[in-house]
Design a protein around this ligand. Structure first.
Ligand code: ZN
Length: 258
């Protein structure tokens, strides 16, 4: 292969990689939002379960409250009745027996009053807990609604960006010889982003591992498109091209040569 052809092809591939970097960024954006929503939904569901649990407790406590109020009312009436009867009893033994009965009923009613107070306290606690949970619950709900409506806009925008990028991609790929393009597409479908990377100081910027000296010498000759023996990505020598920005990570979209 002639040097000129080699350089032209690398240039085309790098152009294609630039478009793919942009596509990669848009895809990541698209994936990020649903993940955030999913996480929020998990939190919302959790707070919903907690809320229902508290509501169930409150309704149970309220039922107990009603029952106990009714029992107190009934027993108070009974005690009043017994006390009235007590006035009419002349027999001492019967009087004592009835007094004991009234005492017992009063004791039972007294313990019911204590239970009523305890129930009231517990109910107050649960209502406070419900207010707390409701606060978090409604703010989560609001956040979720904002995210969801924002997501539609974002997705719409991303779809637009993607359509433009796909169009650019078709144009850029047109000029690339089909065998070279197929090799690029093959790597793209099997490896993590990106496909073509620069070798700088003998190190592949795709996997950060030094390429063997023989490969590096061949690469510098610039006659044939080579692959990194370690990560299989297409490689080129950075000094054959001007590097506007150095990549920090192999997956940074800035891996590209102008
Ligand atoms: Zn590599």
């Amino acid at each position: 292969m002639e040097d000129a052809i080699y350089f032209e092809q690398i240039k085309q591939l790098v152009e294609l990689q630039k478009v793919d970097n942009a596509i990669f960024t848009v895809r990541q954006k698209v994936e990020k939002t649903p993940r955030e929503i999913w996480e929020l939904e998990q939190l919302f569901e959790k707070s919903d379960v907690q809320r229902r649990h508290i509501l169930k407790k409150i309704s149970h406590l309220e039922e107990q409250q009603k029952r106990i109020a009714l029992e107190i009312e009934e027993d108070t009436a009974k005690i009043r009745k017994s006390k009235n009867k007590l006035m009419q009893v002349s027999n001492t033994r019967e009087y004592q027996a009835m007094t004991r009965e009234v005492d017992n009923m009063e004791k039972v009613n007294h313990s019911r009053e204590e239970e009523k107070t305890a129930l009231f306290e517990e109910l107050t606690n649960q209502q406070c807990a419900l207010a707390d949970t409701d606060l978090g619950h409604s703010s989560l709900q609001a956040e979720l609604e904002v995210k969801k409506s924002g997501m539609e806009d974002k997705l719409e925008k991303s779809r637009g960006e993607m359509a433009v990028l796909e169009q650019t991609r078709r144009q850029v790929s047109k000029g690339i010889p089909s065998a070279v393009f197929m090799r690029y597409e093959f790597i793209r479908s099997r490896l993590e982003h990106p496909v073509i990377v620069a070798v700088k100081d003998g190190v592949c910027s795709g996997c950060n591992i030094a390429v063997p000296p023989q490969t590096f010498i061949e690469l510098q000759r610039g006659q044939q498109i080579l692959s990194c023996p370690n990560c299989q990505r297409m490689i080129f020598w950075c000094e054959h091209f001007t590097m506007p920005a150095e990549p920090e990570k192999p997956t940074t979209p800035a891996t590209i040569v102008e």
